[in-house]
Design a protein. Structure first.
Length: 96
């Protein structure tokens, strides 16, 4: 943000210009406020979201089959898929 008087760059959160002392204007929120009664988006779920939901479902089904049938193959496959999903949740979008 720049000062209206002297065009000096004002640091974020400063109330006054460091050069001329003019009071800094408050900047409003980045997003406009939502209108009263606004509804959430009706857009489609992204592919990554669908993949996440499907992986979670498949992992839970395989884990349940492994527990019910005492089948270690299903148990390990379901546990592995759920571990990958959990890592995706933990790491998330922080990986570049």
């Amino acid at each position: 943000m720049r000062c209206n008087q002297c065009t000096t760059v004002i640091p974020h959160g400063a109330k006054f210009c460091p050069k001329c002392g003019t009071r800094a204007q408050q900047v409003g929120p980045a997003k406009p406020p939502m209108a009263a009664g606004a509804l959430p988006s009706k857009g489609p779920i992204p592919r990554v979201g669908k993949l996440f939901i499907a992986s979670l479902f498949v992992g839970l089904v395989l884990l349940a089959l492994g527990i019910a049938d005492v089948n270690p193959l299903f148990l390990y496959a379901g546990g592995g898929i759920l571990a990958v999903v959990a890592m995706g949740l933990i790491v998330g979008h922080h990986v570049s």
